[in-house]
Design a protein around this ligand. Structure first.
Ligand SMILES: NC(=O)c1ccc[n+]([C@@H]2O[C@H](COP(=O)([O-])OP(=O)(O)OC[C@H]3O[C@@H](n4cnc5c(N)ncnc54)[C@H](O)[C@@H]3O)[C@@H](O)[C@H]2O)c1
Length: 346
């Protein structure tokens, strides 16, 4: 691999995409970010060229591919809220399904041989057994999860005809940050639990709803498998290497196999931020699985992936440092705590 091999990163201005781009650059690739900035921020695109546009626009993709001749693509662009997908399903199908179709056709037209897709554990729906392995049946319960499952199918079918081999990475709960690089998580509106808890700890939100306290789990709150965003980023580079070495198309889970209840997470945030985060118990949400825990032995054995930063303390500690510095910058600029609703990640 030469140092200038270009990799198209769709959604590279987003939370996970910016961490992936940083990791690609550290490994000698040149990430070319393609992003419509619908939720991403231009300021986190720092490791290669930026092309403003939509993956649904075939002519735009053709121009970008002709200009950069990428050796591979990492496809993260998409809308990322499970709850919103229940109210606006068409948005999710258009963006992930139609968008992925458009991207796959462009990769085929330009003979790009390798793709890494950002998929999700939501493709499994509410699993009957834990841990969830890649053999667990796909049974998504939200348009978000269904759009991911469809995207996986599209890349498998089109890839089989065009020769583009692909790894679909099914992330469990992405969290954490790279505070020293100025990278972190901020969705708008924020729905992800770690940033929500930190916003309460930092005083810019009064409390957080925990959905359900009578789930069949120890303590009654939902159980999740949190994985540090930089461990996820590592897996993308390993997946590219796997494909470069002739690996076949496949899907892989990315989680730690560790169960963390939301109550345990709240306690960790309290301890790390020296605060008492206010939570309220709300009704369980339809389709919200009580427990999601990954079996990720395949990613370890096939890719050699080791999630080394995914302890809850490390995840919360890194995210807290990032949130705190964003809040301080905001105070210095505006004289109030925390960015107001509608502020983009920077
Ligand atoms: N955050 C998680 O816990 C999690 C878990 C599983 C899967 N994922 C998936 O990972 C990917 C990235 O998630 P994220 O949390 O970084 O979200 P994000 O919103 O921060 O990033 C998505 C990026 O894609 C861009 N984008 C959206 N639609 C586009 C389009 N049509 N054309 C070009 N750019 C477009 C946005 O502007 C944004 O920069 C998503 O596909 C998401 O579904 C995230």
């Amino acid at each position: 691999m030469t140092t200038n091999d270009r990799v198209l990163v769709t959604g590279g201005a987003g939370y996970i995409g910016s961490h992936v781009s940083r990791r690609l650059a550290a490994d000698g690739y040149r990430p070319v970010t393609v992003d419509n900035l619908r939720t991403g921020g231009r300021s986190v695109v720092r490791w290669g060229p930026f092309e403003l546009g939509d993956i649904g626009d075939a002519r735009f993709l053709d121009e970008v591919m002709a200009r950069y001749a990428p050796v591979a693509a990492v496809h993260l662009a998409g809308s990322a809220y499970v709850g919103e997908s229940l109210h606006e399903p068409a948005k999710y199908y258009r963006n992930k399904v139609v968008g992925t179709l458009s991207l796959m056709e462009a990769l085929g037209r330009h003979d790009v041989p390798h793709l890494v897709l950002s998929s999700s554990c939501s493709v499994y729906g509410v699993p009957a057994e834990l841990p969830i392995t890649e053999d667990t049946p796909l049974a998504p319960v939200s348009p978000y999860g269904a759009s991911k499952a469809m995207a996986e199918r599209i890349i498998a079918d089109i890839g089989a005809s065009t020769g583009t081999r692909a790894v679909s990475l099914r992330y469990f709960n992405a969290a954490g940050a790279e505070p020293d690089e100025g990278l972190g998580e901020r969705h708008d509106p924020e729905t992800h639990i770690v940033p929500l808890l930190l916003e309460v700890a930092l005083g810019s939100r009064p409390s957080v709803d925990l959905f359900g306290d009578r789930h069949p789990t120890p303590g009654g709150t939902c159980i999740r498998d949190f994985v540090h965003v930089s461990d996820l980023a590592d897996a993308h580079v390993l997946a590219l290497r796997y494909l470069e070495n002739g690996g076949q198309s496949r899907a892989l889970n990315l989680g730690t196999g560790r169960s963390t209840s939301l109550l345990e997470l709240v306690r960790a945030v309290d301890a790390i931020t020296s605060s008492t985060v206010q939570t309220r118990t709300a009704s369980p949400r339809p389709g919200d699985p009580p427990a999601l825990v990954a079996g990720s032995e395949l990613a370890r054995s096939i890719l050699g992936w080791q999630p080394t930063r995914s302890s809850i303390d490390r995840i919360v500690g890194d995210a807290y440092r990032r949130h705190r510095s964003v809040a301080h910058e905001h105070v210095a600029r505006e004289g109030t705590t925390g960015p107001p609703p509608g502020t983009r990640r920077g």
